[in-house]
Ligand binder design. Structure first.
Ligand SMILES: [Zn+2]
Length: 113
């Protein structure tokens, strides 16, 4: 099951960040080509508009896991998320769950709004 997919608009790939509860995108990072167990390099600094609560979301994506860097401020009380090393969720599953609960608008819909 795919944990990342090519961006519709943009040069990189997008993934769902469980700490921010939103999609983030890579830039022109190197990618191992495995959407089920992705590894990107170097680390990913989410753009300000991609961090709903503000602050910094800085992560490493390695073998399908997201590892939050020590300088993240998107966790509880402006600290690094806990746990800081988690499995990236499957994108289709996230979108199904959140669209059923009405909490999520697909990135494509946001882009065209
Ligand atoms: Zn994030």
């Amino acid at each position: 099951m795919a944990k990342v997919r090519k961006q519709k608009f943009g040069p990189g790939y997008e993934f769902y960040c469980p700490a921010c509860g939103s999609l983030h995108a890579t830039g022109d990072h190197t990618f191992n080509g495995d959407v089920d167990a992705p590894t990107f390099a170097p680390s990913i600094m989410a753009a300000p508009g991609q961090v709903p609560r503000g602050g910094v979301c800085h992560s490493y994506i390695s073998s399908g896991r997201i590892i939050y860097a020590g300088d993240c401020t998107n966790g509880p009380n402006g600290n690094r998320p806990i746990p800081f090393d988690v499995e990236l969720p499957d994108l289709d599953e996230v979108e199904r769950t959140l669209s059923e609960s009405g909490q999520y608008t697909k990135a494509a819909e946001v882009q065209s709004a």
